[in-house]
Write a protein that binds this ligand. Structure first.
Ligand SMILES: [Zn+2]
Length: 218
């Protein structure tokens, strides 16, 4: 028997299941749908549910608590550890981030945004050159729902949270957004363009989908 973590009832007609970034099983059900029908549905989908939950758990990140000292998180795919101590400004040696006691979290986020801007600017310039496109501007934003966007006017925006992912993933998101300069859609022509510069884009895209939990770190 498999139990859902949450049942959300609405005016929908069919049953649907979602495994969220924390591997919780959420069922979306019509208002009048009985428990029996829900459990029968879950029993039928059990192998898929178990597989998805295991997948999500294997990539889940533990989220920071109020005490940041000792917390580990990925920075460009490499694990770094936070230490909070008697320092005036942030010190980073490639493995540890030493944070001041005052306003630690705020200062860390500001620092992450600066790191993100430096990193993304370099990757965007490299790929824009290779792809022979020009963009209007580059902004590092705090979006939690999208890794990157390219506006109609070719203004690029990237979530600073992309800085948690490995460099290959940053490159994929950059190439993806730059490909939107020529193709304002996700047509086969668009994907051809992405593939020219990132031949294994499908693997990287899948990685990104599985690591949606990274959006919640800070
Ligand atoms: Zn796109």
């Amino acid at each position: 028997m498999i139990f859902p973590d949450e049942i959300i009832r609405s005016r929908r007609k069919t049953l649907a299941i979602v495994i969220d970034a924390q591997a919780r099983l959420i069922v979306r059900a019509p208002k009048s749908c009985g428990q029996e029908r829900i459990f029968a549905f879950l029993a039928q989908k059990e192998p898929w549910i178990r597989r998805k939950q295991a997948e999500r758990k294997s990539v889940a990140v533990s989220l920071p608590t109020d005490n940041l000292d000792g917390y580990e998180f990925p920075l460009l795919g490499k694990k770094v550890r936070i230490r909070v101590g008697d320092v005036k400004s942030i010190v980073f040696d490639g493995e540890q981030i030493l944070l001041p006691k005052e306003k630690s979290r705020e200062r860390l986020i500001k620092w992450l945004k600066t790191q993100a801007k430096t990193c993304f600017t370099a990757v965007v310039d490299e790929y824009a050159n290779r792809m022979n496109v020009t963009y209007k501007s580059l902004t590092v934003a705090s979006a939690r729902t999208r890794w990157g966007t390219c506006s109609r006017e070719n203004a690029l925006r990237f979530s600073f949270r992309l800085v948690y992912t490995p460099m290959e993933i940053v490159e994929y998101v950059v190439a993806h957004e730059l490909a939107h300069i020529r193709h304002k859609n996700h047509s086969p022509l668009f994907w051809n363009e992405v593939e020219r510069y990132v031949p294994d884009y499908k693997t990287r895209r899948k990685w990104l989908k599985m690591h949606g939990g990274y959006m919640q770190i800070f």
